[in-house]
Write a protein of this length. Structure first.
Length: 116
């Protein structure tokens, strides 16, 4: 099993920045990609925000390209999501996901609120 612990959410004004962290532990050798998802208020499904493979390939949702950056610290088994120029519509609960061949593991989520 894989355990994920997210941190770094909070309240920020439009145009501000936050950095989310996701620390992985357990059977991390089975992970082939890590991703950040978010579920906005009133939304029924979480949307993929960004992902990073073990090879370092990154992908982003169109809505965050140029503003968000996903990165990883392999020494500490941690994935980050740097969020810049935040907008009202970025308000959501952000979840970290670890992808393994047989499925995935989710973190508990961290709230990001963009408000003036």
């Amino acid at each position: 099993q894989v355990q994920l612990v997210e941190s770094g959410g909070g309240l920020v004004q439009p145009g501000g920045s936050l950095r989310l962290s996701c620390a992985a532990s357990g059977s991390i050798g089975s992970i082939y990609a890590m991703a950040w998802y978010r579920q906005g208020p009133g939304k029924q499904r979480a949307e993929l925000v960004a992902s990073i493979s073990t090879g370092g390939r990154t992908d982003y949702a169109d809505s965050v390209k140029g503003r968000f950056t996903i990165s990883r610290d392999t020494a500490n088994d941690t994935v980050y999501l740097q969020m810049n120029n935040l907008k009202f519509e970025d308000t959501a609960v952000y979840y970290c996901k670890a992808q393994i061949p047989t499925g995935g593991y989710w973190g508990q989520g961290t709230q990001v609120t963009v408000s003036s």
